[in-house]
Write a protein that binds this ligand. Structure first.
Ligand code: SF4
Length: 157
């Protein structure tokens, strides 16, 4: 006799559930951190590489707000709110490097669900409140996120 089973959750569903749970767990602490102790990490795959005028550093780029992609709007809001900085990461390894260098108390991470899940795990042993905003389109280039969602998270107090 065939036994009926519930369908297994896809990996995406697992990452989504995990990151949502972590966001909730970190939300109160995040809201209590002043903006000048918060950093924002965005992925390099959101850049429009055809026109991008970002300044390159060892593990990240600094957006110069050329207007080629949505990171310009994020950069403007980050500055307006007085955040410590916006870092356009070349890869996940840059997270640790920047956390050690900049010593933020809170971090907003824009990334795909997989990277978001990894970041929460990597930062478990650090005293950093994390809020994750997922990409709405992932991939190696031409990725996207919901600016309204980013703004909502950045404004959390
Ligand atoms: S807005 Fe910033 S990150 Fe986007 S393409 Fe221009 S310099 Fe690069």
């Amino acid at each position: 006799m065939k036994i009926c089973k519930f369908p297994r959750k896809s990996k995406l569903q697992v990452y989504k559930a995990y990151t949502e749970k972590q966001n909730k767990a970190h939300a109160k602490k995040f809201a209590g951190v002043p903006c000048d102790k918060r950093v924002v990490f965005a992925p390099h795959c959101m850049r429009n590489t055809a026109v991008c005028a970002a300044e390159e550093r060892a593990g990240h780029y600094v957006c110069t707000e050329c207007g080629g992609c949505k990171i310009k709007s994020i950069s403007e809001l980050v500055k307006k709110l007085g955040y410590e900085g916006l870092y356009v990461l070349k890869g996940g390894r840059a997270i640790m490097q920047l956390i050690k260098e900049r010593k933020p108390k809170a971090m907003v991470g824009i990334a795909c669900f997989f990277e978001g899940e990894q970041a929460f795990k990597i930062l478990e042993e650090y005293d950093v409140a994390v809020q994750f905003v997922p990409l709405t389109k992932d991939g190696c280039s031409g990725t996207d996120t919901d600016l309204a969602e980013v703004e909502k998270v950045l404004l959390q107090k």
